[in-house]
Design a protein around this ligand. Structure first.
Ligand code: FAD
Length: 436
């Protein structure tokens, strides 16, 4: 009797790496033929309901670089990455048919658009197929959590304390061994240009705090410099509220957001650093921040689509405005607050903004301008290099008083500017050198 050949499609979305990738490992362990797939789905490059682009040029450029890295890493494993400019709903069923795929491996997602996408693909596939979903994006694996998802605490510190005590972080999944050369498809797929996706080319602004490129190799190089070469990790807690330059914080977020690096890879490297260089409050604090990232993922898993609703997870009724001119003045950095303006211009010119800046401009938008926080969140979604659905909507709800902040605070922008930019260096950097 001839052996049944199993073929797998590994569908990459926000897990753009080959290291620490359980799904890819499982596919290789189980199946004879492996094809990898990524779609620059046209939906992501269209307009959102507020009338601006869902994804702007900064993150797209970073994504193209990330896919370039993924393609090369997969090639070393003798796996072809199919790079698609059509929607997965259209192309995956064709691939399944052509290559007689019987397994689809993918990172499990739970937000609206991702689920809808999977449903559409599933509907369009003829015949039966096995869907193999894995969680690749958290530090604390859902199976290790000490709570049911419905019981995730609404206060971060309760979540953090129990997880820190009771969860063992899993080891890194080993890099798979290369497949036989015969696994490669006959054709290699080209990367798109920004213009193919309807976006203009852009040069990095010399003032950018994020002058880095996409892809796992660049993420690991950043980690090497920040941890091992410059030992900045040892000072992170004191510098993390900074505003200028690349070293006040780790800058891992854009790679984490698209999965070029996993939180576990960072965690285990911090542990290694703590053993061989130094363990202090700063080394712990980077883990603390990675737990915030997990927390917002679990909050969105618990509350589902409420994170996109105006009343948020608190179901609070506030009166929100939606004036276009108010929104426009915020985006363009033309409000009454220079500190807000400097941050918004930085975002517009580079796709980056510090955590301190984000807190201030979001508070100003929702609490001072009293604008519908979802419009601000959608603008961040469009512009940010590191947009991550859970962190973005979770933080926006938190700041806007409809999320997980029991204190419902408002930022005093003048006080914040005085405290974090007392000599106006940051404001001058973005307000004096910008030509309108
Ligand atoms: P570091 O200070 O070096 O922290 C290390 C990592 O911890 C980060 O890379 C990130 O993964 C995680 N982290 C740190 N702070 C937070 C936080 N408040 N919430 C969740 N995770 C955190 N972060 C995103 O990754 N994507 C977003 O779309 C996003 N939107 C935000 C919107 C608002 C309104 C606010 C206030 C914050 C948002 N953040 C978002 C969180 C935070 O601002 C960024 O993660 C951080 O500034 C990234 O810089 P870094 O990698 O140098 O962070």
């Amino acid at each position: 009797m001839s052996k049944i050949i199993d073929s797998a499609l590994v569908w990459f979305r926000n897990d753009l790496r080959v290291e620490d990738h359980h799904g890819l490992n499982q596919a290789i362990a189980k199946c004879d033929n492996i094809i990898a797939y990524y779609s620059f789905n046209p939906y992501h490059y269209g307009e959102n309901k507020w009338g601006f682009k869902k994804t702007e040029k900064y993150r797209t450029k970073f994504l193209i670089e990330s896919i370039k890295g993924l393609k090369a890493a997969l090639k070393k494993l003798n796996i072809t990455l199919i790079i698609d400019l059509e929607s997965p709903q259209k192309t995956i069923p064709e691939i399944v048919k052509k290559y007689q795929v019987n397994y689809i491996y993918l990172q499990r997602e739970w937000t609206e658009e991702e689920l809808e996408e999977e449903k559409e693909v599933s509907k369009a596939i003829e015949g039966s197929i096995s869907w193999e979903r894995h969680y690749e994006q958290m530090l604390f694996h859902p199976e290790e959590l000490p709570f049911d998802i419905s019981q995730i605490p609404e206060v971060f510190s309760s979540f953090r304390k129990r997880c820190e005590k009771e969860v063992t972080i899993r080891p890194i999944t080993a890099l798979p061994k290369p497949l036989p050369l015969s696994n490669l498809l006959e054709k290699s797929y080209e990367l798109p240009q920004l213009t193919d996706l309807g976006l203009e080319n852009n040069e990095t602004d010399h003032r950018s705090a994020f002058p880095f490129h996409g892809g796992t190799a660049n993420a690991l190089e950043r980690l090497r410099l920040y941890f091992w070469e410059n030992k900045k990790l040892s000072y992170y807690k004191n510098t993390r509220n900074g505003l200028i330059g690349s070293d006040y914080s780790s800058k891992f977020s854009p790679w984490l957001a698209n999965g070029s690096i996993s939180p576990k890879m960072i965690y285990w490297e911090i542990k290694r650093y703590e053993k061989s260089v130094q363990k202090n409050q700063s080394t712990y604090w980077l883990i603390f921040e990675l737990i915030w990232r997990d927390y917002f993922k679990y909050i969105s898993m618990k509350h589902g689509n409420k994170i996109f609703k105006i009343k948020g997870i608190l179901e609070r009724d506030y009166k929100w405005g939606n004036s276009y001119s108010v929104f426009d003045s915020w985006c363009e950095g033309k409000t009454s607050e220079p500190f807000v303006n400097a941050n918004m211009i930085e975002l517009k010119q580079t796709g980056w903004m510090s955590n301190r800046g984000r807190q201030n401009v979001a508070s100003f938008f929702s609490k001072d301008l009293k604008m519908d926080w979802r419009i601000g969140a959608a603008y961040f979604e469009s512009m940010l290099l590191d947009y991550d659905v859970h962190s973005n909507y979770g933080n926006w709800m938190y700041i806007s008083g409809v999320g997980n902040d029991p204190r419902d605070r408002k930022f005093d922008i003048r006080w914040q500017a005085q405290r974090y930019d007392s000599n106006s260096k940051f404001q001058n950097l973005w307000l004096q050198n910008t030509l309108f």
